[in-house]
Every structure is written in C-alpha cells, then in structure tokens.
Design a protein around this ligand. Structure first.
Ligand SMILES: [Zn+2]
Length: 380
C-alpha cells in the first residue's frame, strides 16, 4: 500500500511535457454505458437504421449487395443465403432500438422482416447453417418483445431445422450445399459456435431445445479444444486460422453449454482477451466481431468497456453521410486471397452488423448467469 503510494507520487511528479513525450491519442468516449449514455453510439445506430430502411424492398428483404469479384462469387455460391443473413441482422438491429411489429418508428420494417423470414426452413438456401442461425436469433429477440404465436412457431421451425442438421459428433457444416459436405466439413467449430449461440438464445426466449443437442456440441468442443486456449477449425485438423475469432465465439458457445466455468476451458478466456484486437484479422471479420461483442458483454462490464474502447470509434468512422458503411474493415489481401470473406458482403450487411453490435447490451440474449461468467482463474 505504502509502496504503491510512493510510486504514485513519483509518477505524478515526473515531467510530463517535453519534446520526447509521446502523444497519447484522445481517450475513447465509449464505455460501460454504451449505447444508452453515448451520443456517438446513439447517433450511429439511428443513422444506420435509416439507411437500412431505405434499402428494404417490398418483400421485407434487405439484400446483400455483394461488392467486387469476390462478392459476385459469393452470390453464385450461396444464392439467397446472403439476403437472409443481412435481413436477419438488420431485423436484430431494429429490435435493439426498441422497435417491434407494432411500435417504434421502424415497426413497418420489423413486420416485413418477420414475414420475409417466416418460410425459411422450406426454402432451399445453399450455405444455410449461418442464415438459419441468424434468422433464429432475430425471431428469439422478437419473441422476447412480443410473445405472439407466429414468432414462436418460426423459432420452433428453425430450432428443429438446426437440430436436424447437427452431425452425430455435435458439429455443423456450412450447409447443405453440394461440395461442402465432406466428412470434415460437417464438423466446423465456427458453425458450432454460431448455432449454439442461436439455439441458446432461442432457449432463453422460451423455445424448447433438446438438451442432447447441447450435450453433443459440448463433446465436440472438448475434442477441438487446444490447451493454449483456442479450438481447431474442425475435429480432425486445424487450418491455422482464424484462431482469435474461434476462441472468443467458442467462449460464447461454452456459456450456453454450461461449460464456461469449467477449468479445462480456462485458457480460452486468457487467449481471447489477450488477442482482443486481432479478432477481426481473418476472413469473416464482421461476423467474428459481432460474436465477440456478445461474448465480451457476457463476460462483464469491464470486458465490454475495453471492447467498446478498442473498436467503436474505428467502426463508427466507417459510416458515411447516408448512415451506411461499405465495410467495417480494410480488405486484407494477404489473408483473403484464396477464401471468400464477409468483407465483400456490401453496405447493407456491414451497416446491419454495425447497428446490432453497438446495441449488444440492449438484448436479453442469455439469462443472467447465477455465477459470474468469468471465474477467478480466468484472470488477465
Ligand atoms: Zn459509445
């Protein structure tokens, strides 16, 4: 105590100005109270929602307007999947700001999205694991606000669809698309993280989910877990990347699997927290960042504040005059040469991710844990 005081006094009296003094960047205004008491976040969300409203068509769809050659490749490969993903995320963003199908300035947008996504499991959508999971998240958030039968039925359909798509080993694939369905690609850690997040949120919203689905995925993550804190890309092997995104999304999944506090996964928190800034350094930076936002929020106010301070100013700076953001990250040629990337999913997608991410604390995506999600052994 005394020693700390002495050091404090010494530091306080050290010369602070001078030619060699390092210029500190201005402190980020973001913190524990974002977005409620933060004008910057509040304005960014408002303008983003206006932009998304402008881009909704009559059917309720907010299309993924893929940009560049890579975007065009994605269009051919995934067809409607991108539109479903973008519309679901935009729907989540409208809900965050207090809109429902009957209330709020964007009630018409929410009502149309609810309708547009309602026949999803019957549609043949290539690459359908992600779209189904994101649509389930939309319906879960909607059902928490208005407990109507239609949103409950949509939740139940999507829960049934995702449960059926789960492999015996507890994994998921990218979807039913031809060419993806090898034994290995039925079992992707990233798909497990997204599906368990969606199923966990649905359960929190009152949907019935077979506990065995969660049990199987827990065994899956035990198999892909590495003692240094991250998860292999798939059960049998790892492709080396993107470890940071998988680790932090894995932490989110572990919460719903009731395993976040198990000591065998303790290094995940340390690894994710140490690499917080690198979470966007791979081929799906938008989705990784969104999942990271939910994970850090779950871990507590301190982690959420750090996350907001690291990212929010940079993200909001990507927003244009019209409220839209072309993308939230620079295209990293070295990393993204050979694989598709959500960098090229276009402004509707990027803007929806931005608006949902800034509002993470407004969602009831998990029941309050009885114990803090972060354990004593998960120290920084
Ligand atoms: Zn803020």
């Amino acid at each position: 105590m005394l020693r700390a005081l002495v050091i404090g006094v010494l530091l306080a009296s050290a010369p602070s100005a001078g030619v060699h003094a390092r210029q500190e960047p201005p402190a980020s205004p973001h913190g524990k109270m974002c977005p409620e008491n933060c004008a910057k976040c509040g304005d960014a969300v408002k303008h983003a929602l206006e932009f998304l409203t402008q881009h909704q068509d009559e059917s309720g769809r907010i299309p993924m307007e893929k940009t560049g050659k890579r975007g065009a490749n994605f269009t051919n490969m995934f067809k409607q999947a991108g539109d479903v993903m973008t519309t679901s995320l935009a729907g989540l963003a409208f809900l965050g700001a207090g809109n429902t199908t009957t209330a709020g300035p964007h009630r018409e947008q929410v009502a149309k999205i609810k309708q547009y996504l309602s026949d999803l499991p019957r549609r043949r959508v290539n690459g359908d694991t992600w779209p189904a999971a994101l649509a389930l998240i939309f319906y879960s958030a909607l059902h928490q606000k208005e407990k109507d039968a239609a949103s409950k039925e949509s939740m139940a359909k999507l829960v049934a669809f995702l449960s059926k798509q789960q492999s015996k080993q507890g994994g998921w694939s990218l979807g039913r698309a031809q060419g993806f369905m090898t034994e290995d690609t039925r079992n992707l850690t990233a798909a497990v993280n997204v599906c368990i997040f969606a199923l966990g949120w649905a359960r929190a919203a009152g949907a019935e989910v077979n506990p065995e689905v969660f049990e199987r995925s827990k065994r899956f993550l035990e198999k892909t877990y590495r003692d240094d804190g991250w998860f292999n890309y798939m059960i049998k092997r790892d492709n080396g990347e993107p470890r940071e995104g998988r680790a932090v999304a894995g932490l989110l999944a572990l919460h719903y699997l009731g395993a976040a506090q198990e000591e065998k996964f303790a290094a995940t928190y340390t690894f994710a927290r140490r690499n917080m800034e690198r979470v966007t350094s791979h081929h799906v930076p938008h989705l990784h960042l969104l999942l990271a936002g939910f994970a850090y929020r779950l871990l507590g106010a301190e982690d959420w504040e750090k996350f907001a301070q690291v990212f929010f100013d940079k993200l909001i700076a990507c927003q244009g005059e019209d409220g839209g953001a072309k993308a939230l990250f620079k295209f990293d040629r070295k990393i993204m040469m050979t694989i598709w990337t959500d960098h090229s999913f276009g402004p509707n997608y990027a803007t929806a991710v931005l608006a949902a991410l800034l509002q993470v604390p407004r969602y009831q995506f998990a029941p309050a844990p009885s114990k803090p999600a972060r354990q004593e052994f998960m120290v920084k």
